[in-house]
Ligand binder design. Structure first.
Ligand SMILES: C[S@@+](CC[C@H](N)C(=O)[O-])C[C@H]1O[C@@H](n2cnc3c(N)ncnc32)[C@H](O)[C@@H]1O
Length: 303
């Protein structure tokens, strides 16, 4: 179903199912020893989408969905991305940052699996059903947060800064912000700008930001055809992910340029770099033409 301004979801539907897909990839990568996210598998199992459960349990592979470069490399892509952001948080912690905000947190379990220094508060912001599911599932599993975890159940197209501050966020402290798997068309262009404006307004100097950005669905006939084929493949596997329907269209600002203009110093990274840092096989020529290869990664520090 196409997006509407006030649409909602859980972890088995619409944008929410992409969070389960990414967690299934992390579970598979954990089995292969590439990353260590012990909560990914039980979380995915609890969502109850059969194919993703089998992927998480090592009985199926995301590459079975379709024989194209995107599906073949999906586990590696999300594993490399997870490592990149783990490194970002570890280096922010080492630099003394003790306030963390993960927007679009989905099934991210960093608040439970990273070794946060004492005194760290982690805020997770996502839609209410997503927050409720992850928090209650991990509590049921007996998992305890490794930081002072505060959840903020709100849509990022609404006034999330007020909700974040009501949860205790202190705008006078340096903050490490993360937006993983969000700025790829899941917010309308103006809401994405507002997200970055609000993050900037809430960030004192030495605050840090890390995110990925780009589009999975340019308007070319070839991409539209490729995405329609992807949606069919997912449907055959019982999963309702239609990249075209899930994405907003329109003109997006280049995220690093936008941040630079707002007072951030940025460092860009490509998927090739991420895979190399994670010691995963490089992209082959045929991989470079697929949408995920066009997604870019940026870390930023507030001047
Ligand atoms: C691809 S998932 C990424 C989840 C997580 N960051 C990760 O990488 O595992 C996208 C996430 O963005 C969240 N999201 C997208 N649009 C949102 C919105 N308008 N408000 C709140 N959350 C949103 C979804 O609920 C979902 O959890």
């Amino acid at each position: 179903m196409a997006r509407t301004d006030d649409d909602t979801w859980d972890l088995a539907t619409s944008v929410g199912s992409t969070a389960t897909m990414v967690a299934a990839a992390r579970a598979a990568a954990t089995r292969r020893g590439v990353i260590n996210d012990p909560f990914a598998e039980p979380l995915v199992r609890a969502v109850g989408l059969d194919f993703f459960t089998r992927v998480a349990e090592g009985e199926a592979d995301l590459a079975e969905v379709a024989d194209d470069a995107w599906f073949r490399r999906m586990t590696d892509v999300f594993a490399a991305r997870a490592r990149y952001y783990d490194d970002f948080f570890n280096s922010a912690s080492a630099a003394g940052v003790r306030q963390v905000v993960i927007v679009a947190s989905g099934l991210d379990s960093r608040a439970y699996r990273l070794s946060w220094p004492a005194g760290t508060t982690v805020y997770e912001v996502d839609q209410p059903e997503v927050i409720k599911f992850k928090t209650s599932t991990l509590a049921r599993l007996g998992a305890a947060p490794t930081a002072d975890l505060r959840t903020v159940s709100i849509d990022l197209r609404q006034d999330w800064p007020t909700a974040l501050q009501a949860a205790g966020f202190d705008a006078s402290l340096p903050t490490a912000w993360n937006a993983e798997g969000l700025m790829i068309g899941f917010l309308p262009p103006d809401a994405q700008d507002r997200l970055l404006d609000n993050i900037t307004a809430l960030s004192v100097p030495a605050s840090r930001f890390a995110g990925d950005y780009g589009t999975m669905t340019d308007q070319s006939a070839a991409t539209q055809q490729q995405m329609a084929a992807q949606a069919d493949h997912w449907r055959e596997h019982g999963i309702d992910i239609d990249p075209v329907d899930l994405s907003y269209t329109g003109e997006y600002h280049d995220v690093p340029k936008y941040l630079q203009a707002k007072g951030w110093d940025t460092v860009g990274t490509t998927l090739t770099d991420l895979l190399g840092a994670a010691r995963l096989p490089p992209l082959q020529d045929e991989d470079l033409g697929v949408a995920p290869a066009s997604i870019l990664y940026v870390t930023a520090t507030r001047r």
